[in-house]
Write a protein that binds this ligand. Structure first.
Ligand code: KG4
Length: 336
């Protein structure tokens, strides 16, 4: 089954053709990051407009790259939630129009379920159940992936997402957007014990996460040094922040893994590219004889292959949308 998949939930316009949920035939991503960089974050209205400008060309190009005609598309899939509502609506209406014109099913995909499915493309042997850490600019979740379509949230952030924490700190340091990759690079040469950071434990919710205190503490450190006109040791600060984010995530994921007993952990989303988190998780999984699935960096950020992959499994469970499908800024992953 060949699925044309569309992803426009934030600042990447992405289109892909995916076969049977596991094979990418062709995929393209048009990133708007440069456009938003001057504002230090994504401007929703600009994101929507840019999606409109490129989505048709991107789709034509993906079909050309794949050497396929439109008549060979068996279904159209689209990220319909969560995300920036205007941005989501561009992809949703485009996907609806294509599915209607081709008279093929329209498959709605929860964006974070899509991120989880990035693993199915990277690891053909991987099958649920497993525990998945989903960490991006807008999400920080620990999910029990019981089956391809049955998921339960074990832990969630109470405030900011981990990616937001990196992005906001980077903005104040003038490091540009997105901040995560720059902070990651700078932290390679930094001393991670230079700035002890706060750690939060949420009463009666041992797997829940919190990043706003960490973000504020880091911003206060920066402002303090700026007021005293001290030079900011960005490498040490980046290393200390990366360590604190990893210390928030890794023990909780391992707790979730222990509780579920699957001995399989996966990590997805843009923040899954973080080298500190990857290294700490690798160590923790090795120590507990747990298989770790880390998708390649190309599948960590937003892309449409992941949407096409998850769509296949949603389709097998008859999750096909009507023409009145809407987009949602927020939606529980367990509801699909
Ligand atoms: O999944 P994604 O591309 O978009 C969504 O938010 O859905 O994730 C983007 C986030 C940004 O916050 C970015 O700063 C962060 O992923 N990120 C990283 C790294 N690469 C991207 N954070 C930490 N370390 C990285 N290497």
């Amino acid at each position: 089954m060949i699925i044309l998949a569309v992803e426009t939930s934030c600042d990447e316009t992405a289109v892909a053709l995916v076969r049977d949920g596991r094979e990418t035939i062709a995929a393209l991503v048009a990133s708007q990051a440069k456009m938003h960089e001057i504002y230090g974050g994504v401007v929703p209205e600009i994101a929507s407009r840019k999606h409109v400008e490129v989505i048709t060309q991107l789709t034509d190009q993906v079909l050309l790259d794949a050497n396929l005609s439109k008549s060979e598309i068996d279904a159209v899939a689209v990220s319909y939630a969560p995300g920036l509502i205007g941005a989501l609506l561009v992809g949703l209406n485009f996907a609806k129009a294509v599915a209607y014109a081709l008279d093929v099913p329209l498959i709605p995909v929860h964006h974070v379920r899509g991120h989880i499915a990035a693993n199915y493309l990277a690891y053909p042997q991987l099958e649920p159940p497993f525990v998945c850490l989903c960490v991006s600019g807008g999400t920080s979740l620990i999910v029990d992936v019981k089956s391809y379509v049955d998921m339960e949230i074990l832990g969630a952030t109470r405030d900011d997402a981990s990616g937001e924490c990196f992005d906001k700190v980077a903005r104040v340091l003038g490091l540009g957007y997105p901040g995560g990759p720059v902070i990651d690079r700078l932290s390679q040469n930094g001393d991670d014990s230079r700035f002890p950071m706060p750690q939060v434990n949420i009463k009666d919710a041992p797997m829940d996460l919190s990043f706003s205190g960490l973000k504020t503490a880091t911003l206060n450190l920066i402002h303090n040094m700026q007021q005293k006109e001290e030079e900011i040791p960005v490498e040490d600060l980046s290393a200390s922040l990366s360590r604190a984010v990893s210390d928030m995530l890794v023990p909780r994921v391992m707790k979730a893994s222990e509780r579920c007993g699957y001995q399989k952990v996966a990590v997805v989303g843009g923040v899954a590219a973080n080298s500190r988190i990857r290294a700490d998780l690798t160590k923790a999984c090795d120590a507990s004889n747990t298989a770790l699935y880390l998708p390649p960096l190309s599948l960590c950020g937003d892309n449409a292959q992941m949407v096409g992959s998850q769509a296949y499994y949603e389709y097998l469970e008859n999750k096909v949308a009507d023409w009145d499908l809407n987009a949602y800024a927020n939606r529980d992953i367990s509801k699909g």
